[in-house]
Design a protein around this ligand. Structure first.
Ligand SMILES: Cc1cc2nc3c(=O)[nH]c(=O)nc-3n(C[C@H](O)[C@H](O)[C@H](O)COP(=O)(O)O)c2cc1C
Length: 194
């Protein structure tokens, strides 16, 4: 039996990357759970943001940002970056996270996050819901060698151990185990119909 819960904005799970912008001493980051891929050619990422966030102002200024996927072990640091504003907190110093130069854009990437995307800020859209969506073209990606798949072409989620967010109950989780291959497991049912 299903129970009606009423309208909810809960999706399980959500990513919780650290989105960083600014250059030099100004570089700072915030936690963004409302993030999704929104294009593949060119690759693009969209995030729904609060318009008064300090990092949002830096993204508009530098026209670029990086998306840094933290491992589960950095839950405390990610949460801190979601609780405090770069206007009055030195988040990089306080978390002890290390910044390294990006290859294409000016804002740096976070070394302790094993998977990073460099993005050129291309567009912001006022959604009908009243929220603001910012879109970035992904111009480069980086992964630590230790988290690469055997063919070395992408990051292995098992090795990444990415931090994930559960909205509603406001909890951080880590990923479970591999259950099936996408674009593949469903083929069994397609064949049964024939
Ligand atoms: C778990 C978590 C998820 C969050 N997700 C978002 C989000 O999707 N979009 C957003 O604009 N802010 C989100 N925030 C809030 C910002 O990270 C927070 O307001 C931050 O202090 C803004 O920092 P800034 O002013 O330095 O940019 C989230 C915070 C937490 C703790």
């Amino acid at each position: 039996m299903k129970k009606r819960l009423g309208p909810q904005s809960r999706c399980y799970p959500m990513p919780i990357p650290l989105v960083l912008s600014g250059v030099g001493d100004e570089a700072t980051m915030f936690a963004v759970a409302w993030t999704t891929v929104c294009g593949s050619d060119p690759p693009a990422i969209a995030m729904v943001v609060g318009r008064r966030h300090h990092t949002v102002a830096l993204i508009r200024e530098t026209r670029a940002f990086t998306v840094n996927f933290a491992p589960a072990s950095l839950a405390r640091e990610v949460d801190y970056c979601g609780l405090t504003s770069g206007r009055d907190h030195e988040k990089v110093a306080r978390t002890g996270l290390t910044l390294a130069p990006s290859s294409v854009v000016t804002p740096p990437i976070i070394v302790e996050c094993p998977y990073n995307l460099e993005c050129r800020f291309v567009e912001e859209i006022e959604l009908a819901t009243g929220s603001l969506m910012m879109v970035g073209e992904i111009v480069e990606a980086h992964a630590d060698e230790e988290v690469l798949t055997d063919d070395g072409k992408s990051a292995d989620p098992g090795k990444l151990d990415p931090l994930v967010y559960i909205t509603g109950t406001r909890e951080y989780f880590r990923l479970g185990e591999h259950v099936a291959d996408a674009y593949s497991a469903g083929r069994e049912l397609m064949e049964e119909r024939e």
